[in-house]
Design a protein around this ligand. Structure first.
Ligand SMILES: *Cc1c(COP(=O)(O)O)cnc(C)c1O
Length: 217
């Protein structure tokens, strides 16, 4: 068992003081590890593989709030629409429309974050600033009433240069501040959550600090 209880308790305390929500990223980790944090009161967990999320949600306590933090394919939305708490990585109108359709079928309103491309790397998913503003406009359409855009999500460049990370988070924070009616800024992972919180994050997604390193990603 590789759960770091001490790290969990201190990170939780640190974040609570600053009103930052902790999403414990449990991807690839066994149910027993999740239960260990659950028994300490943790309820928000993040996964980024649909099948894995579905099977964990079936087996684990029903009051867990499951966050989907990975890249979601439109054809898989229907598998999680009945129970997911928050979808972090919405990066197209097409995906948003599918989430709306599937949440409607389940008689729900599903909370979503729009993922913005803030990193230098080409490979990271996400909307450009321009696309973001377009999507925000289009989501005012009354037909999309089964999704609620509650904020933005982003990932910084994978680099040890803290200045770059800070600059990218800061840019997202500014975009966030300029969009009315949203309240969630999901930035920060194990390596950069402190910078993210300093730059205004109110939701961090932390995996390896809590559960140990992952063998695969
Ligand atoms: C895996 C993952 C995390 C957690 O990463 P750690 O470095 O282990 O904290 C956060 N966000 C996303 C989108 C991830 O895929």
């Amino acid at each position: 068992m590789s759960v770091n209880i001490e790290a969990y308790l201190s990170i939780k305390e640190e974040l609570e003081k600053q009103n930052v929500k902790l999403v414990a990223v449990s991807k690839t980790k066994p149910n027993d590890d999740i239960l260990e944090l659950y028994n300490l009161g943790q309820r928000d967990f993040g996964e980024n593989y649909v099948q894995e999320l579905v099977s964990k949600a079936e087996q684990l306590p029903k009051d867990i709030r499951w966050h989907f933090i990975g890249h979601l394919q439109t054809n898989k939305v229907k598998l999680i629409a009945s129970f997911v708490q928050l979808i972090h990585g919405v990066d197209s109108l097409k995906l948003l429309k599918e989430i709306n359709k599937q949440s409607k079928k389940n008689d729900r309103v599903v909370d979503c974050l729009l993922q913005v491309h803030i990193a230098e790397e080409e490979t990271k998913f996400g909307l450009s600033e321009e696309e973001l503003l377009q999507v925000i406009q289009l989501t005012k359409d009354p037909s999309l009433k089964n999704v609620r855009i509650c904020g933005l999500m982003g990932m910084a460049t994978f680099t040890s240069d803290k200045k770059i990370v800070r600059k990218e988070f800061n840019k997202l924070r500014q975009l966030y501040n300029n969009i009315p009616g949203i309240d969630t800024l999901s930035i920060g992972m194990s390596d950069d959550y402190k910078i993210a919180v300093e730059e205004g994050s109110n939701m961090v997604r932390i995996g390896s600090l809590l559960f140990g390193k992952r063998v695969k990603d």
